[in-house]
Write a protein that binds this ligand. Structure first.
Ligand SMILES: NC(=O)CC[C@H](N)C(=O)O
Length: 216
């Protein structure tokens, strides 16, 4: 069944089989529909999360790309920031892409005044790290955790991970060594946008974390 209203929405592509875990996509702002589509294609039972009770109903969460300062403000306005922090600390698998990675970083550089992150990933992330010449670009990344072929990665005013603390693990770097994908237990973050390239392996990797937690 597909239900649509302002507060709650299920996105269910007709050809998907919804036997998988319940996965939410934070839908305050940004490209949440693209993530919902990919997750639905992979068989997850997908719902959009805008309120604390919608977060309670899912086993894992994707935080999409968009504008992290707006997501930060809306998450606090909607009373979601504290429940999100509790979910992250409680072990809920969360995958952040681009602005979502910024939301998951413990420390931000080049944030706007007053901008906060949810935290959880032991990393320092710099917003808009690719100067005006190179705000958006595409490249192929070696991601050993995902095997071959390389991941085709699209960066759109993306952040970089400036430093990786001892609790986090880099998953991929640019040719110049800058880290653009990280993992830490239940958390996964990428500077780029697999949801718009037809690349499903990061979402599968995330769903494996969700499935492991659901069956534990
Ligand atoms: N594509 C994106 O998510 C861009 C992120 C944006 N520059 C931010 O700071 O939130």
């Amino acid at each position: 069944m597909v239900t649509t209203n302002l507060r709650s929405e299920s996105i269910a592509p007709d050809d998907a089989v919804h036997t998988g875990p319940r996965v939410g996509v934070l839908a305050l702002q940004g490209d949440f529909r693209e993530h919902a589509h990919v997750l639905g294609r992979l068989g997850a039972h997908v719902s959009l999360v805008r309120r604390p009770e919608e977060l309670d109903a899912v086993d894992g969460l994707v935080i999409p790309g968009g504008e992290s300062s707006v997501m930060d403000k809306l998450s606090r306005t909607f009373g979601l920031a504290e429940p999100l922090k509790e979910a992250i600390a409680g072990g809920m698998p969360v995958y952040g892409t681009c602005a979502g990675l910024i939301m998951l970083a413990d420390t931000l550089l080049d944030a706007i005044a007053g901008q906060q992150s949810l935290g959880g990933l032991d990393v320092v992330v710099r917003r808009n790290a690719f100067g005006s010449q190179n705000q958006s670009f595409e490249t192929d990344l070696e991601v050993p955790a995902l095997g071959e072929p390389p991941v085709h990665a699209v960066f759109i005013r993306g952040p970089v991970v400036e430093s990786v603390g001892p609790a986090a693990t880099p998953l991929a770097s640019l040719a110049d060594g800058r880290v653009v994908a990280v993992e830490q237990g239940n958390l996964l973050g990428t500077s780029f946008h697999p949801e718009i390239t037809g690349e499903y392996r990061f979402h599968e990797y995330f769903l494996a974390k969700v499935a492991a937690r659901v069956t534990r």
